[in-house]
Structures are given as structure tokens and as C-alpha cells.
Design a binder for this molecule. Structure first.
Ligand code: ATP
Ligand code: MG
Length: 562
């Protein structure tokens, strides 16, 4: 029996809906979309939405559209459009030739508004924003009709035309759908569908001074593109009746059970020790509390990329947490676990010493050096080996030595033996201390018969240390990151999020040493500094000034610290 057949495929709830739709013949294909507003950079929450929408299209042999929901020119910028496209590509989602902008449909949206007016289902309202809010009522009290609600079709057409022509100032008039001011669902209480905004749009320039609202625009965008499953996050559940209402009203009386787009909602991704709100992320960037959108501590896609996460590790994490209909807070440690699992398979193993102390092998010939073989990736033999130079003076980690060590310290201890990775067994013979008690040099003798790989050299010692050769290494800057925020759920905290930033989230180490291969071969961005963690080259790194970002430690040290 084949194992494959035994695997029970578990489907998420949206896949079950699609199965049913296809079975019942409501659709014969699947069309999804990802509709970001270009008002910021994408974060890992967006990755969840992208991978869901793209994944469904792929799984069902359907299509995935990339569509910018650019209906609010205040905060939208070309810079954001470019970064979003770059990040989606990097994640591996492919929209092929279907890159759309909601602003492409402004004409159709305008026509749709006219149509509603003509049906007597939309009116121009002169109430101020405050009055509109007041008239709307509350969750427990019904709203009141606007005094402008019963304007004639002709008057509404004329006023809406004036809105379009720029006769009115921002906020002076709006177009509202005429639905039901007593509806238990506040979203149905004559929602605004068009507003006046004298603003230059990043695509349409000054052509329009009226812009459609999200709830009106979105179903139209979906319908125009033939989207079958319009997937969004749970906060849109109460907006669904409005979505259906606009689809119905604008469909020209086709039967309602046909291939209309339908909205489905899933739980958003929330991560511990960070924030996902674009407003807050923008504030962090603008107030220079972080080093830009791609600061490696940011939960943005570009931040994670710069930090050294692979697209596969993000996909793995999203698969792990799954899609449900309940909001939850996902553990950052789980994202890190996914990264470790993935990077273990792809990282190039290198030696780096972050807190160096000199080790002198007193019986090793002066001036001699040997090339040792270092395995590039023990998880994948085909990646081969590279050479690392061994000589009389090496750098090792300061905390790999102890003068008076407890029994279970299997590293460098006076009188004890330890193996130097890919090289020899050495025995510590002494050390030199400065006046203030700092270890300045450590001395040892090597056993020439113990070279790694040598016949009979597999004599057993408990510890193995990494090292680099003093005369054959490169200096590097290494950036170590911790959680950006001190509290698990900054969004739930009463204090301003700025006060919750972790002051120790970045530690910069200078004068670290890495083996030369780190600068010679930069084809693999994913590195493992042996015994320390996963690292990558920072975007500012050059062969002359190497800068590394720590992606994640080899083990979860955070859990221990807590
Ligand atoms: P805002 O609307 O406040 O600007 P947003 O994060 O919703 O912020 P959009 O650009 O509208 O930004 O998001 C694009 C898509 O990504 C939407 O379909 C949205 O539902 C989805 N999305 C946003 N945040 C998350 C999240 N944390 N988890 C999952 N999906 C998300
Ligand atoms: Mg949104």
C-alpha cells in the first residue's frame, strides 16, 4: 500500500465551500483576488490573505487577480504599489497578466451610482459628517431619516452631477444608498457610497473629485472581474448584507442564485509582540522608531525578508496556523519554529565568532596553515564542501571557555580536551588574564593524530567548538534582534504603543569574525553560523564591510528567558 493514499487530506472551510459550489454547478471555475489598498507596505497578515487567495486559485486550477483597491487617494502612493507587487512576487504568488486597479473602474462605478439614483435607491445628502453620525443611531437605537432622503430622481441626478463637476467642497455633500435607517445592521442605514474629495489620485490625477466608498466599490470590482469567491477578514461579516445588496441592485435582475460574487470571511493573522495595524507601522517608520519599512524587526514582508526569512518559511507558518472563523493571537515563536525548520534545509553552514577571544596552539608550527574541509549543508550532501584555513592562532567564542567550569561544561576548560570543528582535538594548557580579570588569550596543544576525517581520529571527546583563523578571517558587523515590543499583545494595552517598544530589540556587535568564504560565496542568502543561529547578509552588507542580520537562534531561547 502506498503511504500517499493513506494521507487524509484536510480541507479548510473555504475549500469545502468551493467544493460545494463546484458540485452544485454554481460555478465551473474559481476566481479569487488580493485587494490591498496601496497605503502602506504589506505585513505578514497580508501574506496569509495572499497565500489563501493564490493557493485556492492554484489548487482549483482557477485564476488569481492582483487588484489595488485605490479608492482613497489621501494615503495612497506609487511607492506602496511597487513595494506591494515586489513582496507578492517574492512570496511566490503569480497574478500572470491580471494586474488591476479599482481606479480602472471609476467610470463603471459612477454609472452604477447613476443607476441607483435612477431606481430611486440613492440620494444626495447635505448633512454634515457629524449629523450623519448622529442620525445613524446606535446598536440599540434605530436611526432617523435624513431630511434629504426624499429628493426627486431629477434633483439627485443634478446634484450628483454637480458633485462630480467639483461644485462642492469636501464633506459638503455625499451620495447615500437609500436602504433602511431602522435596520438592525448599522451598515445598512443609508451608507455613504460617494464622497467629495478634491485630491490628486496616483493613477487618475485630477480627473475625479468624487470617490466611491469601499462597501460600494468592492462588490463592483469583484463583479467586473468575475470574482467567484471574494475572501476577506472577519470584521467584514456585518458588511456582507451590503455587499449582497449592491450586487443584487446592480445586476439587472438576473436570478440571484447565479454566478454572482460572494463574500467569505476568515480570521486575520495577529502575532504576539508586534502590531499589524498599518497606521501604527507607518508611525513607527515616520517617527524613525525603526529603520524604515524593511527594518528586520518589523512584521512587514520586506522586514522579514531583510531579517533572513525565506518565502517558504512564511508559507510554512501560514500553513501551520490554518484558516478558521475565530480570531486569535498567533505565537511569534511559531513563526520562528517554521523558519528554523525551513532554514535548516537551505542554509549554508559557516563559522563565525561573535565575541572573540584568541586561542594559541602552542605546539602547532609557526607559519603553517592547513585547509580543512567544511560541509556546506549536512542536510543536503549535493551542496558539497568548502575550505576553511586552520593555523596556530584562532578566534573562539569567549563563552566557550571557563576557568572553573561545572562538570557538564563540555567546552574549553584548563586540562581538558575538546574538538575544534573540522580540525583537531586540543587540550587546554593555560590562559592569560588581564589585571581586571579579563581572559586575554587561551593556550592549548593539539594532537596531530586527531585530525577530522583521519584514519583512527575518531577518539571521543564530548564538546566541539567552532573557530576561525586569525590570519584568514574577515571582520564583520552582526545585528542581533529581539522582539520589537515588550508586551505580548501591544494592541490590547491601554498605553500608547510607542511606550511598549522593547529598548533592547537591537544589539549591534562590531569586530566579529567570519571565515572568508562568507564574502567569497554570497549566492546563498541563507546562512547558519554554526552553533549560534541562522543569519543573512543585510541589505547594506558589502564584501568590504560585511553586515549580518540574525534571523533566529538555533533553539528557542525566548521561551527560557520568559
Ligand atoms: P486598512 O484597511 O486599515 O488600511 P488592511 O490591513 O485591511 O488595512 P488592506 O490593504 O485593505 O489593508 O488589506 C488587503 C487584504 O489583506 C484585505 O483583504 C484584508 O482583509 C487582508 N488582511 C489585512 N490584514 C490582515 C491580517 N492581519 N490577516 C489576514 N488578512 C489580512
Ligand atoms: Mg482593509
Amino acid at each position: 500500500m502506498e503511504l500517499e493514499n493513506e494521507k487524509i487530506e484536510s480541507k479548510n472551510f473555504i475549500e469545502l465551500i468551493i467544493d460545494k459550489d463546484l458540485e452544485e454547478g454554481r460555478f465551473d471555475h474559481v476566481q479569487t483576488r488580493f485587494p490591498p489598498e496601496p497605503n502602506g507596505y504589506l505585513h505578514i497578515g497580508h501574506a496569509k490573505s495572499i497565500l489563501l487567495n493564490y493557493g485556492l486559485a492554484k489548487k482549483y486550477n482557477g485564476k488569481f487577480n492582483m487588484r489595488f483597491d485605490d479608492t482613497n487617494p489621501t494615503k495612497e502612493k506609487e511607492e506602496f504599489v511597487e513595494s506591494i507587487l515586489k513582496d507578492i512576487k517574492w512570496l511566490g504568488a503569480d497574478w500572470e497578466d491580471r494586474l488591476f486597479f479599482a481606479s480602472n473602474y471609476f467610470e463603471q462605478m459612477y454609472e452604477a451610482a447613476i443607476k441607483l439614483i435612477k431606481k430611486g435607491k440613492a440620494y444626495v445628502c447635505d448633512l454634515s459628517p457629524e449629523e450623519i453620525r448622529e442620525y445613524r443611531g446606535t446598536l440599540t437605537e434605530p436611526g432617523k431619516d435624513s431630511p434629504y432622503r426624499n429628493r426627486s430622481v431629477e434633483e439627485n441626478l443634478e446634484l450628483f452631477d454637480n458633485m462630480k463637476k467639483g461644485v462642492y467642497k469636501d464633506g459638503e455633500k455625499v451620495l447615500r444608498a437609500k436602504i433602511d435607517m431602522t435596520s438592525p445592521n448599522i451598515n445598512m442605514r443609508d451608507p455613504i457610497i460617494y464622497r467629495v474629495a478634491h485630491m490628486t489620485h496616483h493613477k487618475t490625477g485630477d480627473k475625479w473629485c468624487i470617490y466611491p466608498m469601499y462597501d460600494f466599490a468592492h462588490p463592483i470590482e469583484d463583479a467586473i472581474e468575475g470574482v467567484t469567491h471574494s475572501i476577506c477578514t472577519l470584521e467584514f461579516v456585518p458588511h456582507r448584507p451590503l455587499y449582497d445588496y449592491f450586487v443584487d441592485e446592480l445586476k439587472d435582475g438576473k436570478d440571484l442564485e447565479d454566478n454572482r460574487p460572494r463574500q467569505y470571511e476568515f480570521n486575520r493573522l495577529n502575532l504576539t509582540y508586534t502590531v499589524m495595524s498599518k497606521r501604527k507601522l507607518l508611525a513607527l517608520v515616520e517617527e524613525k522608531l525603526v529603520d524604515g519599512w524593511d527594518d528586520p524587526r518589523m512584521p512587514t514582508i520586506c522586514g522579514l525578508r531583510r531579517r533572513g526569512y525565506s518565502p517558504e518559511s512564511i508559507r510554512k507558518f501560514i500553513d501551520m496556523i490554518g484558516y478558521t472563523k475565530f480570531d486569535a493571537l498567533n505565537d511569534f515563536a511559531m513563526l520562528e519554529a517554521a523558519a528554523r525548520e525551513d532554514l535548516n534545509m537551505r542554509a549554508l553552514r559557516l563559522s563565525a565568532v561573535l565575541d572573540p577571544v584568541k586561542l594559541v596552539i602552542t605546539n602547532y608550527p609557526e607559519g603553517l596553515s592547513e585547509e580543512m574541509d567544511a560541509i556546506n549543508n549536512p542536510e543536503n550532501e549535493s551542496e558539497g564542501t568548502h575550505k576553511i584555513t586552520f593555523s596556530k592562532e584562532l578566534w573562539i567564542e569567549r563563552d566557550d571557555f571557563m576557568e572553573d567550569a561545572p562538570k557538564n561544561f563540555y567546552r574549553m576548560v584548563p586540562g581538558k580536551e575538546v574538538r575544534l570543528k573540522n580540525a583537531y582535538i586540543v587540550k587546554c594548557t593555560g590562559f592569560k588574564k588581564s589585571e581586571d580579570g579579563k581572559i586575554e588569550e587561551i593556550y592549548c596543544e593539539y594532537d596531530p593524530q586527531s585530525k577530522s576525517g583521519m584514519e583512527g581520529a575518531n577518539r571521543k571527546v564530548k564538546g566541539t567548538l567552532h573557530w576561525v583563523s586569525v590570519n584568514d578571517c574577515l571582520e564583520a558587523e552582526v545585528r542581533i534582534y529581539d522582539r520589537l515590543f515588550m508586551v505580548e499583545n501591544p494592541s490590547a494595552d491601554e498605553r500608547d504603543f510607542r511606550e511598549l517598544l522593547n529598548p533592547d530589540s537591537l544589539k549591534v556587535l562590531q569586530k566579529c569574525y567570519v571565515e572568508k568564504y562568507a564574502a567569497q560565496n554570497t549566492t546563498n542568502r541563507y546562512l547558519q553560523f554554526q552553533r549560534i543561529g541562522y543569519f543573512t547578509y543585510d541589505t547594506s552588507s558589502t564584501p568590504e564591510h560585511l553586515v549580518f542580520n540574525k534571523t533566529v537562534a538555533l533553539k528557542d531561547t525566548w521561551a527560557k528567558k520568559k
